[in-house]
Design a binder for this molecule. Structure first.
Ligand code: AMP
Length: 310
């Protein structure tokens, strides 16, 4: 069985249901990707690598991971910390805004749990995925150790996968981000950037600009997402442009890129060709943005993917 590991933070998500009730669920970019991968490719093992707490919500989060058939061997329980939380507020015009409580979350401590023994276990995997959000969450004084662990995994033959997924508010400065991203691009075998990330961070606003930026790094597979416009892939120097069918009624774009990443990686791990993998990934993302929240209902999602030929 092939193994992919998703390192990052899953949070408690709250949103208003009606005047007197909040709806509570769980979401986080790498977790979302793991869910969509596993729903499409149940024959692959998808593990979440994170730290949670020992509180009730952490127990529910773990139950949720299990209910999505994710591997939870690398979900560690911190003695004192609890998971991060965010609240989605929707104003009278339907505009959404987010409030976060994550500065002291358990997931920030994940590197403490990556012992020699754990890294040895992870070394037998096929892919190790982290995002720019994962990097931002890792505490500053643990970063050097994190990169050592990533190097160990790469040397063991695990493919390193990176999605920049830039969130300015999680970083102290652009220089700090650029420095961490440089290490990530240098380590990565596969990158899945969005043009929007590059626009904010490097003032690069074209797909070709993103590809040119990535080229000097020794990256095997570059997959550039550009919303509904197109996806361009560069694999072993062969550049291909893939057309996306725009969705007419977009409800909520949260986790479009996450769904894309999970399904693309699952398809590639399953031996699918690039065009086929992009097509399935785009279909997954297109389905997710027609539903509210990060995780689309399983039946709706599965049905759309069956129609897409999965
Ligand atoms: P983004 O992170 O905005 O680049 O979006 C990630 C992926 O979601 C894209 O590569 C598309 O496959 C898909 N996507 C985003 N927006 C749309 C849309 N309006 N219609 C169809 N697919 C979309």
């Amino acid at each position: 069985m092939k193994n992919i590991y998703f390192l990052g933070e899953c949070m408690v998500e709250l949103r208003t249901m009606n005047e007197s009730a909040l709806h509570q669920s769980f979401a986080g970019d790498v977790y979302n990707s793991a869910v969509y991968l596993k729903r499409c490719f149940p024959e692959l093992n998808a593990a979440v690598v994170t730290a949670i707490g020992q509180d009730k919500l952490s127990a529910q989060m773990l139950d949720r991971f299990n209910s999505e058939q994710l591997d939870t061997r690398f979900v560690f329980a911190h003695d004192e910390k609890v998971p991060g939380m965010y609240y989605i507020e929707t104003d009278e015009f339907g505009e959404r805004s987010f409030s976060y409580w994550r500065n002291d979350s358990a997931a920030k401590k994940i590197v403490d749990f990556l012992t020699t023994n754990i890294v040895e276990q992870l070394s037998s995997g096929d892919m190790f995925f982290f995002s720019g959000i994962s990097l931002a969450v890792i505490e500053q004084d643990a970063r050097e150790l994190f990169w050592q662990k990533v190097t160990q995994l790469k040397q063991a033959g695990v493919k390193i996968v990176f999605d920049p997924n830039y969130r300015a508010r999680l970083w102290q400065s652009i220089d700090e981000t650029k420095q961490q991203y440089d290490s990530a691009f240098a380590a990565a075998d596969v990158v899945l950037p969005g043009v929007e990330d590059f626009e904010m961070l490097y003032e690069i606003d074209t797909i070709q600009g993103v590809i040119d930026f990535c080229k000097p790094y020794d990256i095997e597979e570059i997959v550039v997402k550009n919303g509904p416009k197109s996806v361009v892939t560069v694999i072993n120097n062969e550049q291909l442009s893939h057309t996306i069918s725009p969705v007419a009624y977009v409800v909520d774009t949260t986790s479009a890129g996450d769904a894309f990443n999970g399904v693309y990686l699952g398809a590639r791990l399953s031996g699918r060709e690039i065009a086929d993998a992009v097509n399935l990934a785009a279909k997954a993302a297109g389905t997710v943005i027609q539903q509210p929240g990060a995780i689309a209902p399983k039946d709706v999602f599965q049905q759309a993917m069956a129609i897409a030929g999965l």
